[in-house]
Ligand binder design. Structure first.
Ligand SMILES: NC(=O)c1ccc[n+]([C@@H]2O[C@H](COP(=O)([O-])OP(=O)(O)OC[C@H]3O[C@@H](n4cnc5c(N)ncnc54)[C@H](O)[C@@H]3O)[C@@H](O)[C@H]2O)c1
Length: 255
């Protein structure tokens, strides 16, 4: 038996997740499905996303609905969300998770590259909210969780456009929390620390980097996607019903 919480309010709730095919997003999709939620998600990685659906169904949970979609294409993205809501019911939880942390030097960034980085790390979050909020309003409220990042606090090198986008997520979350609060739509952000996804392990986890991380964290343990997914569950559930305009840092207490 799991020692983690079950949330009765998440059963049968329609939940939308962006970038749910791998990494933290896949863990979020799995965790919501395990709570009995009706999950819809998009990703560009069709193979990983389909495999995830098979894994979840094999575990006896409701299979998530998947659509291949690039969140940089706002018209296609909005159409995918509307199509899924027509089948699953209005989404009353939205997890704005998709992102990509490619590195670049100051000199390399062109205006087109800047726009592309902002499109994958910030712009789609706003337009997903714009698309989903009217259904939430009609349903009597909802919860929106936007993903920020610890990287602008830690001043990670060669990541400035991503850091600009992830800092903006916090401002957008607080502004829209004011606008949508009267409709009982809550907005919060999660700031993950360094989370051991496949991509992070393959690209960046050297023995030196791990030693530095353990030095910097109060809790001497690496964090994994379920550590973040459980925070998303709580924020989407009625247990956090009067929590809005806040940022939740899940980083093991990092300097
Ligand atoms: N892993 C970390 O250490 C860490 C740290 C801080 C913040 N975060 C944030 O957590 C969230 C999840 O990060 P992650 O580490 O799981 O990332 P990841 O790169 O492992 O997974 C991202 C997912 O989004 C999908 N995706 C990427 N571009 C897309 C696009 N254009 N359209 C649709 N889907 C797309 C990918 O295919 C992938 O499935 C992100 O918002 C990220 O910024 C992660």
């Amino acid at each position: 038996m799991s020692s983690f919480a079950s949330y009765p309010s998440l059963k049968d709730r329609a939940v939308f997740v962006s970038g749910g095919g791998s990494g933290i997003g896949a863990s979020i999709v799995e965790h919501f499905a395990a709570q009995g939620a009706k999950v819809g998600f998009v990703d560009i990685d069709e193979a990983a996303s389909k495999a995830l659906g098979v894994k979840i169904a094999a575990a006896g949970h409701p299979a998530p609905m998947f659509a291949k979609c690039d969140v940089r294409d706002i018209a296609a993205y909005q159409a995918a969300i509307v199509g899924m809501a027509a089948r699953l019911g209005p989404f009353t939880a939205l997890i704005n998770n998709a992102a990509r942390d490619d590195r670049h030097s100051l000199e390399e960034v062109t205006p087109a590259y800047w726009d592309e980085r902002i499109a994958v790390n910030l712009r789609h979050q706003f337009f997903a909210i714009q698309t989903i909020a009217p259904g939430m309003k009609k349903a009597g409220g909802g919860s929106i969780v936007n993903f920020s990042s610890v990287s602008y606090h830690t001043m990670t090198a060669n990541l400035a456009v991503y850091q600009a986008a992830k800092a903006a997520v916090i401002g957008m979350t607080r502004g829209l929390a004011r606008d949508l609060g009267p409709d009982h739509i809550r907005l919060n952000s999660i700031t993950p620390g360094w989370i051991m996804t496949r991509r992070q392990i393959d690209l960046w986890l050297t023995p030196e980097a791990e030693a530095g991380l353990m030095q910097a964290q109060c809790l001497k343990e690496k964090l994994y996607p379920p550590d973040i997914a459980r925070m998303a569950l709580w924020l989407a559930a009625d247990d956090s019903r009067l929590v809005t305009a806040q940022n939740f840092v899940v980083d093991g207490g990092r300097m």
